[in-house]
Write a protein that binds this ligand. Structure first.
Ligand code: NAD
Length: 509
């Protein structure tokens, strides 16, 4: 494909506090993935500016993306509106579903390529990246199959009247996603929106935009009409803010930090636009004295180490009943000490964190806990031979952590686990609910009545009993309570979130 070559030189000296390395576009091939995808066409940012793509495993730039901003967002919103008024809006639900299923199949056909792209972009181990691409395909399959099962209702009403509840698309939907699971996040948010008949504008995270651009390319190949899917890459405070505040959108889904989520909600509110917020978490794993410890320990370690702890649903708090505290902590420490960190190709337990700002943030929490004298229970290992310029952090396990410590209530977003002993069920529930967050929780006990009591009492959008499920589970409605956000994605509830109803009342005599 002959594409206009991007001539943009790097215009920034730093992004989000990270220094950028000198970056040359000399050897880059013409590549649609370095451009914006608007109205079915690839285009450079209007002012030609670009951003480097950094490999977290060595800190080096290996590609570039276009730095879209308000003008390009405006073009994308208009293109989405035209798609709704044109070919995309005329498709039946079955036809939309077929396209989504085709896209899911295309993702599977390109599985190895997409996994390699995602691993390079995020630094995550190849096995994790492969899993993410499988989940991405599942979103398109699930919502493709669901598209023509979303329907209205007939409402019994007065004699001589016929009342129906129609289910309709919202219109143009905006989607802003973070960098931790770029492929999963894009599937999670755009698949239900498209199934429900909306036209989407996606703003991926500036650190990790490549999978979104490649999926847009695949979507064109399988036949998505121009403008049904638009991708505007760029900085959050430019492209992201422009999308959240655009008067032409009808809905915004935001996944990311609490600070930015609040800004997005404020911007949406100025246009009275509905907003779903998927924010942070400080999720507890609650172990009672009758728990199956052997089964629980590897799952507990994985739930925090996975993706280098950069998972909103990371099980970052380990709450253990006094009587088994020493035994559990000893076993978790032994497993933690074996955790290894390395490059995607090494395919170990986890990779580097995303960027130097995140590396500094995680290391600050670790240093503060050490300085406060919180006992260090175990540390994992960074593999030999990794690049010294990669964004490495050492997985660290602390406990017992004082209940008023930073580690007890703030989201680290790194591979740092904090252990807390508790006395009884009431104490466990108070501790579990003792943070501003309410995203996920797990309770480990063989006592069925206790399982139900704790499941009812703990504030969370999802609660697991004798298991834990960060990521995946496309069928399972997901979202936060308290400061973890509001609204639901995944499962059929996402289709309701991303559609609206119209009540039509007819007098027929
Ligand atoms: P972030 O809030 O910094 O960025 C998220 C997205 O928002 C990015 O695309 C960014 O470009 C954009 N953005 C930044 N500033 C913006 C602005 N002013 N206006 C509009 N958009 C803007 O988050 P992050 O650092 O990428 O991700 C980490 C956070 O995301 C963590 O807190 C984590 O818990 C949360 N998260 C939540 C979920 C969930 O489903 N609940 C999933 C993944 C991550």
């Amino acid at each position: 494909m002959a594409l206009p070559r991007m001539q943009a030189a790097l215009a920034l000296n730093s992004i989000h506090g990270r220094s950028l390395l000198p970056y040359s576009v000399e050897n880059l091939q013409e590549n649609p993935l370095e451009q914006l995808f608007i109205g079915g066409r690839w285009m450079a940012a209007l002012d030609g500016r670009s951003l480097p793509v950094i490999n977290p495993a060595d800190g080096q730039a290996f590609d570039q993306i276009a730095r879209g901003a308000a003008a390009e967002v405006d073009m994308a919103v208009k293109a989405a509106r035209s798609a709704l008024d044109g070919a995309w809006g005329k498709l039946t639900a079955t036809e939309r579903g077929r396209l989504l299923i085709k896209l899911g199949n295309s993702v599977l056909d390109h599985h190895a390529e997409l996994a390699a792209l995602e691993a390079r972009d995020t630094g995550k181990p190849m096995t994790t990246a492969r899993n993410d691409i499988t989940v991405l395909a599942r979103y398109f399959e699930f919502y493709g199959s669901a598209a023509d099962k979303l329907h209205g209702e007939v409402i019994p009403f007065l004699n001589g009247h016929h009342a129906v509840l129609m289910r309709e698309p919202l219109g143009v939907t905006g989607h802003i996603i973070p960098w931790n699971y770029p492929a999963q996040m894009l599937g999670r948010t755009i698949a239900p929106a498209l199934a429900a008949g909306n036209a989407v504008v996606l703003k991926p995270a500036e650190d990790t935009s490549l999978s979104a651009l490649r999926v847009a390319e695949l979507a064109t190949e399988v036949g998505f009409p121009d403008g049904s899917i638009n991708v505007v890459t760029g900085l959050g405070e430019e492209a992201g803010a422009a999308l959240a505040g655009h008067p032409g959108i009808d809905f915004i889904s935001f996944t990311g930090s609490n600070e930015v989520g609040t800004l997005v909600q404020q911007a949406a509110a100025r246009n009275a636009v509905k907003c779903v917020l998927e924010l942070g978490g400080k999720s507890p794993q609650i172990l009672f004295e009758d728990a199956d410890i052997e089964r629980a320990v590897p799952i507990i370690v994985r739930a925090i180490v996975q993706n280098a702890g950069q998972t909103c649903t990371a099980g970052s708090r380990l709450l253990v009943q006094h009587s088994i505290y020493d035994r559990v902590v000893e076993q978790v420490a032994a497993a933690y000490a074996k955790v290894r960190v390395g490059t995607p190709a090494m395919d170990l337990d986890c990779g580097p964190v995303m960027n130097p700002a995140q590396q500094a943030r995680v290391n600050r929490y670790i240093a503060a806990a050490k300085a406060a004298g919180i006992p260090l229970l175990a540390e994992g290992h960074i593999a030999e031979g990794v690049s010294p310029t990669g964004h490495w952090v050492t997985p660290t396990f602390f406990g017992p952590v004082p209940r008023d410590a930073q580690l007890a209530c703030e989201e680290v977003f790194g591979p740092v686990l904090a252990a807390f002993p508790f006395k009884d069920e009431a104490d466990a529930i108070a501790l579990a609910n003792g943070t501003p967050y309410g995203l996920l929780a797990a309770v480990w006990t063989e006592n069925g009545s206790r399982q139900t009591r704790v499941a009812k009492a703990v504030k969370a959008g999802q609660l697991f009993i004798n298991c834990y499920g960060a990521g995946g589970g496309v069928e399972l409605p997901f979202g936060g309570t308290k400061r973890s956000g509001h609204g639901r994605e995944k499962g059929f509830l996402a289709l309701e979130e991303m559609s609206t109803t119209k009540t039509v009342i007819q007098y027929h005599g």
